[in-house]
Design a protein around this ligand. Sequence first.
Ligand code: NAD
Length: 340
Amino acid sequence: MFALMQSSQVETMHFIVDPDTGLKALIAIHSSQMGPALGGCRYIAYGDEESAIQDAIRLAQNMSYKAVLAGLPYGGGKAVIMRPAHVPSRAALFESFGRFIESLDGRYITAVDSGTSSADMDCIAQHTQHVTSTTEAGDPSSHTAMGVFAGIRTTAMARLGSDNLEGLRIAIQGIGHVGYALAEQLHAAGAELLVSDLDSGKVQLAMEQFGAHPIASEALLSTPCDILVPCGLGAILNSKSVAQLRCAAVAGAANNQLSCPEIADQLEARGILYAPDYVINSGGLIYVALQHQGETLSTITAHLSRIGVRLTEVFAHAQAEKRSPAHVADALAERLLSAS
Ligand code: NAD
């Protein structure tokens, strides 16, 4: 674990076990140079503790890069709660987690993530104010979708020469909170949608609402399309899947889409433009950060519009330097962090 902390430049790790509620959780704080670490809380079943630690560290680093490139005064952190097979009371577990966050004195602020909801955040909020995306504050997914939509247009402009999405074939993997809101915007912009989800009910809804074409989950990545939009889980781009892609660009909401940094070079070699995930999906973070600071919706919306500008800048550097946009974004984030 220490080697991974060192190579990922994670500042601190915090652990808790609470036998009374079944809580087993950890919080990784990657960086607090720009401000308190802000990042979601995952509540999923992990095969082992090492996978949970690795997940938290990778995601915390991703949050630091996301915050600094979005120009937010926050560092990066992530919490992981190991979901037990049985929990006596979900509310008690999240309340206990709230007390854990409070013990960190504001160095970490939490938010919803995979497996958690605003109702869970409400339980946390009973014991700490260092929590966002409560029922009152609202779910950030629609703002994430807004940012991704802007990013898809930027990507289309950079790769296809126009940001007009009308008639483009866009394949979305995962029609969840973000995927569905995004599908709605893409449909309104005239795109032809190809969708897959492990939940057939969500696919059915997208077919009914947006005239989307259903694609089997295992076939989506190799389906011919203009833009592939990953909105399910991370690490879907590996040597094998990249070889099968039949798209001009990848631009989606999922965190940590690349299974390892070298995959970015394989995408580049295949002429597939990749929109770095933590740049294009920063709308949710922008929303929770600014909402936590008490900013108005119009300020938040104005800040969201900078996602497209940042992405254009990353693509321009990538083209000039003949490097993958993923490496350009990493280098830019690291430079900004070390200059702070
Ligand atoms: P969600 O759980 O609501 O939706 C994810 C959907 O993807 C689910 O419907 C699931 O069934 C589907 N899915 C998972 N694996 C799949 C596969 N292999 N093939 C097809 N479908 C699959 O999650 P969400 O909130 O919509 O987030 C989607 C992604 O975006 C996640 O990676 C998340 O970390 C990332 N993200 C979300 C936000 C946000 O504001 N919600 C912000 C930034 C990043």
